[in-house]
Design a protein around this ligand. Sequence first.
Ligand code: AHG
Ligand code: MN
Ligand code: MN
Ligand code: MN
Length: 331
Amino acid sequence: KVYSKKDRLSTTLSDFLREKAIGGDPTMRDLEAIFSGIQSACRSIADMVGKAGIQDMTGMAGTGENVQGEEQKKLDILSNDVFKDKLTKSGCMAYLGSEEEDEAIRITGKFGGDYIAVFDPLDGSSNIDAAISVGTIFGIYKGAKNAEEFPLKKGSEQVAAGYCMYSTCTILMITIGDGVNGFTLDSSSGEFVLTHPNVAMPKRGKIYSCNQGNIPAWPESLKTYFDKICRGEGESKTKYGLRYIGSMVGDMHRTLLYGGLFLYPADAKNKNGKLRLLYEASPMAMLAEQAGGKASTGKERVLDIEPQELHQRVPIFIGSADDVDEACKYA
Ligand code: AHG
Ligand code: MN
Ligand code: MN
Ligand code: MN
């Protein structure tokens, strides 16, 4: 069923998933339990992010660096704890892979299940002290039952993906493989209500989104591309503007709704770029494709990559299909 404007506000995320589960598909029933945990975790994280300044939850955790070599924020850890707890209690998980955990976590016993959740519990955490929007990104894979080690191979298929953005409002944008739908947290009811039915990304936009500070480290061809689109001399003959907030969730949310291109290319410093495949690039790539867009490393489709390591990084060009195609000619 494709949700239309008339379904807006009258459909909660729970209704949406119940309708899909009622048909008896066992994967859908499992996803209902998984998303119940995700909703609960996102409500808690939204609350923590909103009160961070009041409850002294801003700033560094003092736990030193995570496996990424980043100084962990208090909220990195708190949101990671909440997400691990709620996903474990879904009873569906075999493995959890988090940006904030060195290794994948194996779930056994009564809570053990058949799925893998990979997640970035707090994306854009460098922005948290400045009260700029941050988010959570997650991907759900099926087919991990009895796997003795974290199954990264193509064998397990990404059955759902999404993000929660904590901004002027809290929006859960999800796909279960049949399009993209967005749900906004109604703080009075605690429900995520359908506000963005059947998201379709424009084929072409006029915004590009990247950290211009890295330009000296990028290939000359990319500088040529930027020069063309900033002069209105690219394929669309439209002048492009730059929007970049440094939180992938916020930059991707705008790209999904307005169109355009988000990119974090490889550079001399980061030969595989900065963003992580499993819990940043792949979930966003599934959302982009389900909304009619594209996601490439510049050389190959992000979703064609066979992951080798939990924290591996990839370059990413993602957004409107025609913008991704054009930019990849210069990658
Ligand atoms: P995280 O806060 O989860 O470590 O992710 C930060 C990422 C992503 O959110 C953003 O697009 C990118 O880092 C910004 O990187 P630069 O500061 O290098 O532009
Ligand atoms: Mn980080
Ligand atoms: Mn991130
Ligand atoms: Mn993060």
